[in-house]
Write a protein that binds this ligand. Structure first.
Ligand SMILES: [Mg+2]
Length: 253
């Protein structure tokens, strides 16, 4: 699919009655890098989302695997952009606390992960309200990192959902994923079309629930259920910028 046809799809999507634009965060509007606390955010992408979210009959969402508090701190997006964390388990305004049973299961997997991490310099366990995440991006020995991820997947802790992504294995106390969140958002908002952009394995759940009138855009290489692809975060910025411009012009006519 060449740029011209993607541009013409964006132009026709900009004219639907109710449009929802959803973007992943890391690897999509922020660059991936070793230190997850200082990821460079593409401000033009955020501005385009703010423009879209400020238009009538238009929604703009950043949907991330990050916990909501961290996403809010790093994204720096204005109130026109809805932030949704933990793959859809945490929405703006929600306070999320695990049940006693969920907490027991999450603590149990933390106990299993800690000795693995202790034996692998650079590896770390991230604690989120409803998730525990093993990170290996900072493990200098790539093979050791891969081995650690495989061992973590094999833990199969009771009652938790396990998913994998780029240098992570995630254990979730809830069955919410980006696909279930997008489906729910479509029902709640009565959107006529949804645009969703993402770069990682967890985004495939989102691409999987898109329909014929929607647009899924995969960022970077790798297998995908998305119908379109851009190379990198600059490509995302171009898509969001074009969409914001076209929709503003359409609604202003
Ligand atoms: Mg991502």
């Amino acid at each position: 699919m060449d740029d011209t046809s993607l541009d013409s799809i964006l132009d026709s999507l900009s004219r639907v009655p109710r449009l929802l634009v959803i973007s992943d965060f890391d690897g999509t509007i922020a660059e991936l890098q070793d230190d997850p606390e200082t990821v460079p955010v593409n401000r033009d992408s955020v501005t385009a989302l703010e423009t879209l979210g400020g238009l009538p009959d238009t929604g703009a969402v950043i949907l991330s695997g990050r916990d909501l508090a961290t996403l809010r701190r790093l994204a720096g997006a204005g109130a026109a952009v809805d932030l949704v964390g933990s793959h859809g388990a945490e929405s703006t305004g929600d306070t999320v606390a695990p049940t006693v049973e969920q907490r027991r299961r999450l603590d149990a997997v933390t106990e299993l992960l800690e000795p693995l991490v202790d034996g692998c310099p650079g590896a770390a366990v991230e604690v989120k309200p409803l998730h525990r995440v093993l990170h290996t991006r900072r493990v200098p020995d790539r093979e050791a990192g891969e081995r650690l991820l495989r061992r973590a997947v094999e833990l199969c802790p009771e009652g938790l959902h396990v998913s994998t992504g780029k240098c992570i294995v995630e254990f979730s106390a809830v069955s919410v994923d980006k696909g279930t969140w997008i489906s729910g958002a479509r029902e709640r908002g009565g959107w006529d079309a949804i645009v969703f952009l993402g770069d990682d394995v967890t985004d495939e759940n989102g691409f999987g629930v898109l329909g014929d009138g929607d647009l899924g855009i995969k960022v970077g290489d790798g297998p995908t259920a998305a119908g379109h692809r851009v190379a990198d975060t600059d490509g995302v910025c171009a898509v969001l910028g074009r969409l914001a411009e076209a929709r503003s012009a359409y609604l202003d006519r």
